[in-house]
Design a protein around this ligand. Structure first.
Ligand code: EPU
Length: 419
């Protein structure tokens, strides 16, 4: 297991091109299961989760013809094996497409993970309402339906992958499906747009009510993977925490407005340029403490909570406390104990964290526990006095593409230590 060695205290300055979105690319690649035509993607992110999904898709019959080109002329297996699914929860995204295309899907239950229990009842209840017969057998979901039938579905929470799975399934269903309480995240909108380009009839994406008129078949696709709003925010946070000046692109700033607001409240200067799809963050003074509540889009994303907490741990100690309320996952404060080891003053009660700024963090050996927690430890290391060693970097490699190189190019001093 590789680790990262970070020499803290360098101000980051310059321009960065941010890689494309893992969380949009994962469901976009799964669209290959919905059609016997070829799909061609540009700018597929080069991260471990994408490679895991490619292995799973290959086991089902999706051929990778060239980089970014996927073709499932025939589905050769409807079983998503535990060995492949366990590597990544997002594997559940094959369930809706497989069932809709072949009438059957056997998918290993993804199970919980470091950040929470993460049930998939919303996915399963929706498919059942569309007429699927679903059984749980020896750790697998076994779903069958000759053809799914459009219906009205109420999601009890706006699950991102739940909404996408049901949208995919409904695209090939008989008749109209209405998803009420749907997720509004940019990744959901992106998948809807790609499906429409393939011939699906989806309206309302970006709102809480999505309507899908089923079609008989879907065509191929040429598509460019969209911006990664969470990596984007992470690099802006790197500028903030090192009191630096970074201009990052590409992004539609509206996708990260809630976080840009938080940076502004903290006292950072934020300049957006819609035409160039860039955001520049300049951090000149000590942060003001702020309060954050994570919420579904367009609220503050849970995936950016850990990174902002690292920044707030260095807020002006004389100006009071910051508070973070985590409302999406039940166990997403695992970075707190590690940040404390670096000198942060953070107290957690349930889903609430109170953060009292300290004048400085000190380098330490810390353990990454999940993807975004790892990012927050790297950020803390960039600002800390002395050397920080972040263990278990494989968590970062799941969703951050060549993070060290990018940070080095704008003045950070860090290197990977292979084990
Ligand atoms: N939930 C249920 N039942 C379900 C599905 C979800 O109760 O059937 C609950 C979850 O337990 C959780 C909440 O609903 O408490 C939100 O979960 P959601 O389903 O929206 O999350 P997800 O689709 O599994 C995606 C991202 C996550 C991101 C969340 C929230 C992908 C591949 N993953 O997960 O990304 O945190 O949405 O925005 O898109 C990450 O990239 O680090 C990451 C964890």
């Amino acid at each position: 297991m590789d680790s990262l060695l970070i020499e803290g205290g360098n101000r980051l300055e310059g321009k960065l091109d941010i890689p494309r979105s893992k969380n949009a690319s994962l469901p976009l690649l799964c669209l290959s299961l919905l059609t016997d035509k070829k799909l061609c993607y540009r700018s597929v992110p080069d991260v471990a989760d994408i490679r895991s999904l490619e292995s799973l898709l290959a086991s089902l019959g999706v051929q990778k013809l060239a980089p970014g080109e996927y073709h499932a002329k025939e589905i050769k297996s409807v079983k998503a094996d535990y060995e492949l699914v366990r590597k990544m929860r997002a594997s559940v995204l094959v369930l809706g497409p497989l069932l809709a295309r072949t009438g059957e899907a056997i998918v290993s239950l993804p199970g919980g993970c470091a950040i929470g229990e993460r049930p998939i009842d919303i996915h399963l209840d929706g498919l059942k309402k569309m007429g699927a017969e679903i059984q749980l057998e020896a750790g697998y979901v076994h779903a069958k339906a000759k053809r799914l039938v459009g219906t009205d579905i109420d999601l009890h929470f706006p699950s991102v992958t739940g909404t996408i799975n049901l949208m995919c399934a409904a695209s090939l269903a008989d008749g109209k499906t209405i998803l009420e309480g749907a997720a509004r995240e940019p990744e959901v909108q992106e998948v809807a747009h790609a499906l429409n380009k393939m011939g699906a009839k989806i309206t309302g994406e970006g709102s809480t009510r999505i309507e899908i008129e089923g079609v008989r078949s879907l065509s191929g696709l040429e598509w460019e993977m969209p911006a990664d709003r969470i990596q984007f925010i992470t690099y802006l946070a790197a500028a903030a925490i090192t009191h630096g000046d970074l201009e990052c692109s590409p992004i539609a700033a509206s996708q990260i407005e809630s976080v840009l607001d938080s940076f502004r409240q903290m006292g950072c200067e934020v300049e957006t340029n819609e035409r160039q799809k860039s955001v520049r963050l300049i951090s000149r003074k000590a942060f003001k403490p702020i309060d954050i509540e994570t919420a579904p889009f367009p609220g503050f994303p849970t995936d950016a909570q850990a990174q902002l907490m690292a920044c707030l741990s260095l807020a002006d100690p004389e100006s009071g406390l910051s508070h973070i309320e985590e409302n999406i996952f039940e166990n997403r404060f695992q970075h707190v104990s590690e940040l404390r080891r670096m000198g942060a003053d953070i107290h957690v009660k349930g889903n609430l964290a109170a953060i009292k700024g300290v004048p400085k963090l000190s380098g330490a050996t810390v353990m990454a526990s999940d993807l975004r927690a790892s990012a927050s430890l790297v950020l803390a290391g960039l600002a800390a006095e002395g050397e920080t060693k972040v263990l278990r970097v494989y968590h970062l490699d799941r969703g951050y593409e060549r993070l060290e190189e990018r940070l080095q190019s704008v003045g950070a001093r860090l290197r990977r230590v292979p084990q």
